[in-house]
Structure formats: structure tokens, C-alpha cells
Design a protein around this ligand. Structure first.
Ligand SMILES: [Zn+2]
Length: 109
């Protein structure tokens, strides 16, 4: 099981062309289905996003799907969309907490 999915996406309103972008906080992925395959478990994660266009009031809804297979790897991603065009998305599994690095204490002159 992974700790979570992070990602970003952009899309434009199909009515007026206003461009929107989504950040990791806008996604809420939940495991929706799974099955066993040759290399182990396959899991489908789904995040749905709904918004009303600020400019024209168009209702936009996007359903993002991420397939994990084999465990720990993104096999493929898909989306289905209503009211928007030019959807581009990019997702990653969160593996480990961020560490601050770059310290250099072992300087020897
Ligand atoms: Zn619009």
C-alpha cells in the first residue's frame, strides 16, 4: 500500500476557455477497486474534482483515475471530464517524507 498520491493537472473551461490548474491539495485519491494479477496486486485510485467556472458559471467535473501495478508503480492514468477541455495531468506516488539535505559538515581543508 502506498502512502498517497501527489499530482497536478491543468484544464480549460470548454465554454469560455478559462484555464485552471490543480495542485496536490486539490486531489483526494481513494482506492476504489483492485485485483490480483501476474505481478501482484493492481489497485485503482480515484479522485473526483468539481468546480464552477469563475467566468461563465459552467459546471466542470473531472474524474482522475490512477492505476497502481505492480505495487508501488503507476501503470497508467486516465481521466473522464465534463465541461472542460485540454486536460493534462501528472501523478506520482508519495514514497517517503521529504528530507532536507545538502548539509556539508565534513569539510576538510
Ligand atoms: Zn468558463
Amino acid at each position: 500500500m502506498i502512502s498517497g498520491i501527489t499530482g497536478k493537472a491543468t484544464f480549460s473551461c470548454s465554454k469560455c476557455g478559462a484555464v485552471y490548474s490543480l495542485k496536490r491539495d486539490d486531489f483526494d485519491f481513494n482506492a476504489e477497486s483492485g485485483s490480483e494479477r501476474g505481478m501482484g496486486a493492481e489497485t485503482q485510485y480515484v479522485s473526483e474534482y468539481e468546480v464552477e467556472c469563475n467566468d461563465c458559471g459552467q459546471e466542470i467535473s473531472i474524474k482522475f483515475e490512477v492505476w497502481e501495478y505492480p505495487v508501488g508503480a503507476i501503470n497508467h492514468t486516465t481521466h473522464s471530464v465534463t465541461g472542460a477541455n485540454d486536460v493534462e495531468s501528472e501523478f506520482d506516488f508519495m514514497s517517503s517524507p521529504e528530507k532536507s539535505s545538502g548539509e556539508d559538515e565534513n569539510n576538510r581543508g
